[in-house]
Design a protein around this ligand. Structure first.
Ligand code: GPP
Ligand code: MG
Length: 282
């Protein structure tokens, strides 16, 4: 008999869990309430400039709808890269937040989705949403640590991290995924990473780290850790230019949190990139 290890192993993990257990930011709740898809990632694509000219009574709502549309568009692009997912497959949303991307994955592929988070509040919220939508037979959220999930070896056809890799050591993370994903399976991440060419963490990147209690990795760290653990990139998409309009609109919105400036600075000064990486398990 084995004794289950605790999900939260370190003071750092406990502090991150505590942050997300208490987070109720309007930028996430109000956007999610547009259609009950709750995201914890940013958006891509051009916004409709007409929302900024909307009459005062509807302007705020129009901007929030538009920000939410761009966030959903980001998740759609991530799902486009998961490969051939069939209804019998099981896939994992690693760092699932309030669960939006998992719901979209199940709607698109009809497959089993396991979302994991170290925030028990997020897991409970996401499971309630899955139940309310009647997809809880196939979409399940778990209080688990992405570095040691406890899921069966070879059980996941695909895994993604939608902006959550900056909380973990990439070597440890991809070692766990190499165990979970069988040969021919797919890994996808959308992430913010700092630019090795311009040097270490810029001030703006450090401000983003401080805001979310995370540790943004260098671009190179992803490719090294993927290669070291049996993953070969098939697609790398620089989404930096596509995400700047989202931040520009968000900065002008009522739900701005104060982190908009550092993101815009980091992207514009080229010290930081918003990247999609899709890799095959070999
Ligand atoms: C949170 O999304 C995203 C992160 C904590 C990761 C940081 C991402 C990088 C690309 C560096 P959120 O939707 O909870 O954030 P916010 O509350 O700002 O909308
Ligand atoms: Mg958000």
């Amino acid at each position: 008999m084995t004794t289950a290890r605790p999900v939260l192993r370190t003071d750092y993990q406990r502090s991150v869990a505590n942050y997300w257990n208490h987070e109720k930011d309007p930028v996430n709740i109000k956007l999610g309430e547009v259609d009950n898809l709750f995201h914890h990632h940013y958006g891509i694509g051009d916004y409709d400039p007409a929302v900024l000219e909307a009459p005062a009574e509807t302007r705020d709502e129009a901007i929030i709808n538009e920000l939410h549309r761009l966030e959903t568009a980001q998740a759609d692009v991530l799902l486009d890269h998961l490969g051939d997912i069939r209804p019998e497959h099981r896939i994992m949303d690693s760092g699932c937040g309030r669960g939006g991307t998992s719901i979209m994955a199940n709607a698109r592929f009809g497959c089993f989705v396991d979302g994991i988070s170290i925030s028990e509040t997020q897991v409970e919220f996401a499971n309630n949403e899955a139940r309310r939508r009647g997809v809880d037979g196939k979409v399940r959220y778990h209080f688990k640590n992405m570095l040691d999930t406890g899921f069966e070896t070879g059980s996941m056809q695909a895994i993604w991290n939608n902006e959550s890799t900056m909380y973990v050591d990439l070597q440890n993370l991809f070692a766990e995924y190499a165990r979970l994903i069988p040969t021919g399976g797919r890994y996808v991440t959308i992430t913010g990473c700092y630019n090795d060419v311009t040097g270490g963490r810029s001030r703006a990147v450090s401000q983003i780290d401080q805001h979310y209690i995370c540790n943004i990795h260098a671009r190179s760290a992803y490719f090294k850790a993927l290669a070291d653990n049996g993953f070969v990139p098939i697609n790398v998409v620089d989404l930096t230019a596509a995400t700047i309009p989202y931040w520009e609109l968000r900065e002008k919105s009522s739900v701005a949190t104060g982190i908009e400036g550092p993101f815009l600075t980091a992207y514009r000064e080229n010290s930081f990139h918003y990247l999609l990486i899709a890799a095959d398990r070999i």
